[in-house]
Ligand binder design. Sequence first.
Ligand SMILES: O=P(O)(O)OC[C@H]1O[C@H](O[C@H]2O[C@H](CO)[C@@H](O)[C@H](O)[C@H]2O)[C@H](O)[C@@H](O)[C@@H]1O
Length: 312
Amino acid sequence: MTKQGVVVPAPAEAAVAVPPSSAPLLPYPPPRAAMRKKCLQMGPGVGGWVESMRASSPTHARAAAALAAGADEDRRAAWMVEHPSALSKFDQVVAASKGKQIVVFLDYDGTLSPIVDDPDAAYMSDTMRRAVRSVAKHFPTAIVSGRCRDKVFEFVKLAELYYAGSHGMDIKGPAKGSRHTRAAKGVLFQPASQFLPMIEQVHESLVEKTRSIPGAKVENNKFCVSVHFRCVDEKSWSALAETVKSVLKEYPKLKLTQGRMVFEVRPIIKWDKGKALEFLLESLGFADCADVMEFLLRLVEWERLSKARPKW
Ligand SMILES: O=P(O)(O)OC[C@H]1O[C@H](O[C@H]2O[C@H](CO)[C@@H](O)[C@H](O)[C@H]2O)[C@H](O)[C@@H](O)[C@@H]1O
């Protein structure tokens, strides 16, 4: 018996309990979330950054995918063998999970809520909330997000869940207590707390310096900061990249990664969503437990968790 993981690449609004026979929800290209986030380098110029911004734009990404489509078939097939959609193989998932403890890890943006222009308006539907609530009745369930933990809770409003905000740097157990574990309530782990004053500072500076770029939005995610460019005209992307770069030069202890049309400023520490997953499994008492099956819904860096995850 081995620890196993299933990736469910679910788009927002896909109910968790979809009929077993349905086709893969997001067959290919692999969800960006299943890949590690790119760390942008502080070398000279911002050409590479702007390229990367283009690649994260849905229009550019679609065009690139269409170009690659022919040559990509083998890679696609290989990827699908390694990462089958749990929904298209429901019976196998059920069979493989017999006798195992299931733990569910969910991302928020683009998974439980649709991607929208305004990050403050990424609301979750009541249907999705009901689905998550019913999952949490049966299995320990955690939301792991790049967002500030409080903000995710404001959207989700389910006290029975575990929450790991700020890319896993702010972990809290269920406020309500949980039927799945006797682990302590309240904050469980904040590995970047010494960075709080620095993050406050860099947030202020980014707000100030990006003010003149229409559409740019800076979001304080407590232990990290996001600079959104979804609503910035492409002509201003290099100006935005220059601005972010000039601010970050003053902060050698911070690094920059890129998400979906967003720059993410984070402390340089050896911690990410994958580590948060490991931490949560340990808190749940499953650290050395062989019979655990993790369900990962679109989690960035999930693959860090497993060196040699078995196929099922
Ligand atoms: O790593 P994640 O947990 O997926 O967090 C990444 C970012 O998610 C949010 O931004 C994304 O969703 C927004 C609302 O739909 C959208 O406007 C934005 O373009 C997306 O990147 C969040 O607001 C960011 O702070 C996170 O960095």
